[in-house]
Design a protein. Structure first.
Lengths: 233, 233
DNA sequence: ATTGGTATTATGTATATACATAAAGAGCTG
DNA sequence: CAGCTCTTTATGTATATACATAATACCAAT
């Protein structure tokens, strides 16, 4: 039978994918509409819709009302990264996790942090420096600012045994945030804390999270040399 | 009215989100099942399903058949990154794009590349080095290997005016791949090509793509200092 | 030719219904 | 009590139908 086993939206998706890969449908082409495809595949339009919607989410199809569905000209593939809790990240790799607090204080942040956290001059924030270790080796240096106006409970936590990373994830829900990935050259503090040389390239994640219109926290994670963040697409 | 305007799966999603954020439903809690929620919200179960499925995809809910739906204990937030064509990335930032080919040759790859590309000893690959510039400044150094067995057409392209990045995206469909993000310390070649100092931290993207069981290409993108990759969650 | 309104059309969503499937839990058996 | 089946149950999916909405295409009036 020519239809093989086309049943279920996944099969429809697979068949559409096949046609794209074999260039039966080339980038820029408008493909048949949902009604036609449902007829061809012998399934309901909703099933075709589910498949095409999914492919559009993956960035392989462009869909517009009335205009129809076309194969994406520039397949802007979307890689989805998991942003795990650091302890779980380390443990998932089979390493022993250890945590140690470096410092904890209230202070006025430098101007760049003030901008990111949208606080006024003179506002003091909770500042925490901590180190996460894998098998006894420094893994990532956590440099975090917490807004006490948004998270007053944080003032009662000493962060001696629990990292702010973990405490926040477990206790403070957030609505959204933004992440920036970059690289920097290790300075004196980095080299000291991460036990590496000065002038090494380090992987950086800067993250701010907000909820209810307030910035909750802003953190810089500085990873030890050799860190790699992997994903598939 | 207490229900406000709960209609449409997005409203259902918003309401569920609200209950999570207000801790009415705490991490680990099992929430009412689809049938109950559809009754409460006065909509069809399919509508609730759509909303909850979406939230599960975002990593906020854990769903299992029979076990029910619960609020994720460790909200592994998924950040989706766009992986654009370099030229579009640069142009989107409002910079003038320029491209220049550095070298093009057939050669046997070093052992690490041979591993990534799954080729045998003695197999020769097409090796291309190229530079992408933004407003005349080096932006990213493209160091690519192409498998001529998978992409024989590439042998007829000189890549003088079109980057392999762009040519491949436009001409060779791929099924999947993997990406690794990391940082490295600039060496002599990096410093020369990217016009920066030696010993600077550089952002690295390593990507391999495959189709039909064959590795098509493997590339290392070395970004000039200051590059940042941004996303929201 | 430009403007502007209207008809057309493909996707987007909601609905009730039905059946499939995974997995937990009960109950049975050795 | 370990190990097995069977039942129960919540999610997963497919279906036909209906209506909503965005965006194009067409036609008329200026």
């Amino acid at each position: 039978m020519t239809t093989g086993g086309i049943s279920g939206w996944q099969s429809v998706q697979d068949e559409v994918l096949r046609r794209i890969h074999t260039r039966q449908w080339k980038p820029g082409d408008t493909i048949p509409n949902e009604a036609e495809l449902s007829l061809e595949f012998g399934c309901a339009r909703a099933t075709v819709n589910r498949a095409l919607r999914n492919l559009a989410e993956m960035g392989l199809l462009d869909r517009k009302r009335k205009a129809g569905t076309r194969v994406a000209l520039h397949p802007v593939r979307k890689a989805t990264l998991d942003i795990p809790v650091i302890r779980r990240d380390i443990e998932a790799k089979g390493f022993a996790y250890r945590y140690s607090l470096i410092s904890r204080s209230m202070r006025e942040p430098p101007i760049d942090v003030r901008g990111r956290m949208q606080t006024r001059q003179g506002d003091r924030l909770l500042h925490i420096k901590a180190l996460h270790m894998a098998n006894g080796r420094p893994y990532v240096f956590e440099n975090r600012w917490i807004n006490p106006k948004a998270v007053p409970q944080a003032l009662d936590v000493d962060f001696e045994t629990n990292s702010p990373n973990e405490w926040l994830v477990a206790n403070i829900p957030f609505e959204g945030g933004d992440i920036t990935f970059s690289a920097k050259t290790s300075g004196q503090e980095d080299a000291h804390v991460l036990d590496c040389g000065e002038g090494e390239g380090l992987f950086i994640i800067d993250r701010s999270t907000w909820s209810g219109g307030q910035i909750i926290t802003s953190v810089r994670l500085t990873f030890a040399p050799g860190y790699r963040m992997h994903t598939e697409l």
